[in-house]
Design a protein. Structure first.
Length: 115
């Protein structure tokens, strides 16, 4: 199983970024995918998740209305569109999949929101 995140960077408050996570090594369309983030000096937290078919999504209260998770099962890729970014969104963002009793993580992509 491999998860590779991309799309992070430096953005001003109020700006937007789109993160991508390319997956391989498992039947992508069969599993719920999740985005987590870890702010500096804090614990990792769940940001959003999406069902295997994409019809069901869930969000942390802190990002509702600003972030959108989506997936393209033909491309084995999950996305996180982040709008109206705030300084408190600064974190390393990780893609996650749980397969039976095993949890897999990508290497993360860093998002810095600063003027």
């Amino acid at each position: 199983v491999q998860l590779v995140e991309s799309g992070g960077g430096l953005v001003q408050p109020g700006g937007s970024l789109r993160l991508s996570c390319a997956a391989s090594g498992f039947t992508f369309s069969g599993y719920r995918l999740r985005w987590y983030r870890q702010p500096p000096g804090k614990e990792r937290e769940l940001v959003a998740s999406i069902s295997s078919g994409g019809g069901s999504t869930n969000y942390a209260d802190s990002v509702k209305g600003r972030f959108t998770i989506s997936r393209d099962n033909a491309k084995n890729t999950v996305y996180l569109q982040m709008n109206s970014l705030k300084s408190e969104d600064t974190a390393v963002y990780y893609c996650n999949v749980q397969i039976i009793l095993q949890t897999y993580w990508g290497q993360g992509t860093r998002v810095t929101v600063s003027s």
